[in-house]
Write a protein that binds this ligand. Structure first.
Ligand SMILES: Cc1ncc(COP(=O)(O)O)c(C=O)c1O
Length: 437
């Protein structure tokens, strides 16, 4: 906070520092010189406690697909609030939301809820281990799957510790991660069919599952090649491992999720974000025979799973309202917004003569300050060391210019946005990009 900063947010942040580490409880929203506190959302905008309004092009990290104030979600949540917001009993909403998910996701027959995407991924791994009787999991280098140690492995790997591309090392993200955890995670290079296949076949007998996000944000937001996914599908079947899609973000790519887009059916899918309509949620979903490890109606289940707030009725009814409002026409609109942004931004980058590019698909795009070809995590890190620092700076300048994007350059569109809103975002880039140092 500067000596001249008399904002309410700056003052509140001083109070926060006394009771929270660094005044923060969520690294992804941390800002320097101080946090900025939201008061309310309207349409696709957030108004902070000082009355500043900004376009929200993050949507609570891609979860708010209808922005703020979707009437159907509000009504559903209000009605449930009056009836009771949590019970130690099943509620009708969980059945209705599961029916919708089973109907939309081609590979899904049964669903089970958690409170976050992190827990959903964690549970897919437990299910895969219980189903196969094997311990090891393979995941792609650089991919983010939530904040627990198995899934975090090699998410922050760097050239000095990531090892040879033919045999990527399992690198801890959190200090203190036990070596045993790392030993059970096999790291494969994203989009590298030949190397990944060789590693998977070599570890085949020990592998419970291969976990993949088909367009991993932190690893570059580069879509998986169809060949890579097809190889994963074929090899997992041959070695007796399960294929897990982490669709916590990518479910917003299409009416039938990313799996519908690629036409590949995983055995298990981790869900979260949009399926809660803005309320906390996660879900494990997949093949009936695999999900049977949870089934308490046939005796003691192989995997125990409760959770005080799992399938809480607020998330169930809000999620159902959100998903019902998410029609095929909404996806056409989201795709059109994303494509329009891409075209407008490319024209701006060319005009400014900047070494930059936009990756992503549909409503998810990411700016990189490099023109090098990006195919995976390593190419993104290597091409982008200086650029990544500048993207963080860019996100800060854009914030001052009235547009919120993620610090890594992720931009996400919601159904309440119009082409005029995209123009406003691009105009903010036009003002912000020349200010980069
Ligand atoms: C691909 C992916 N998986 C899992 C998660 C974890 O979800 P949550 O933040 O709800 O725990 C995230 C969160 O951003 C994610 O992007």
């Amino acid at each position: 906070m500067t000596a001249f900063d008399t904002s309410k947010s700056a003052a509140l942040y001083e109070e926060a520092r006394k009771v929270m580490p660094g005044g923060n409880t969520r690294h992804t929203v941390f800002r320097v010189p101080h946090q900025v506190y939201a008061e309310r959302g309207e349409g696709c905008r957030i108004i902070d406690i000082d009355g500043n309004s900004r376009i929200d092009a993050v949507g609570n990290f891609t979860s708010l697909i209808h922005g703020y104030g979707c009437e159907a979600i509000r009504v559903a949540a209000r009605e449930q609030l009056e009836k009771g917001f949590c019970f130690g009993m099943a509620t009708p909403g969980e059945v209705a939301l599961s029916q919708l998910l089973v109907e939309r996701l081609p590979s899904v027959e049964h669903v089970r809820y958690t409170n976050s995407g992190t827990e959903a991924v964690m549970n897919t791994i437990k299910v895969a281990r219980a189903f196969t009787g094997r311990a090891k999991i393979a995941k792609c280098e650089g991919a983010y799957h939530g904040t627990f140690d198995v899934a975090e492995t090699s998410q922050e790997a760097r050239p000095e510790n990531w090892g040879d591309i033919d045999e990527p090392k399992s690198v801890a993200t959190a200090a203190g991660t036990p070596q045993g955890v790392l030993d059970d995670v096999i790291v494969i290079p994203f989009n590298n069919v030949e190397v990944a296949e060789r590693i998977l076949r070599a570890k085949g007998n020990d592998l419970a599952a291969v976990l993949v996000d088909v367009m991993p944000n932190r690893a570059g937001l580069v879509p998986a090649s169809p060949e890579f996914l097809q190889m994963l599908r074929t090899v997992t079947q041959e070695i007796g491992a399960l294929l897990i899609f982490d669709e916590v973000i990518t479910f917003r790519l299409g009416y039938n999720g990313a799996q519908g887009h690629y036409g590949i059916n995983p055995d298990l899918t981790a869900l979260g974000k949009i399926i809660g309509g803005g309320f906390p949620i996660g879900a494990v979903a997949g093949r009936r025979d695999v999900m049977a490890v949870y089934d308490p109606s046939i005796g003691s289940p192989k995997v125990q799973h409760g959770g005080t707030f799992s399938a809480n009725p607020m998330s169930m009814v809000a999620g159902l309202a959100c998903m019902e409002a998410l029609t095929p026409a909404c996806f056409d609109h989201l795709d059109a917004l994303g494509d329009y942004f891409q075209t407008q931004m490319q024209a701006l980058l060319d005009e400014l003569g900047l070494e930059a590019q936009i990756t992503g698909l549909g409503s998810l795009r990411r700016i990189h300050l490099t023109r090098s070809e990006l195919s995976d995590f390593r190419s993104t890190v290597l091409a982008n060391a200086e650029g990544a620092r500048k993207v963080v700076q860019l996100s800060r300048i854009l914030f001052d210019e009235g547009v919120i994007i993620a610090a890594n350059g992720l931009i996400c569109f919601s159904t309440v946005m119009s082409f005029a809103d995209v123009d406003e975002i691009v105009m903010a880039f036009r003002r912000a990009l020349p200010r980069l140092e």
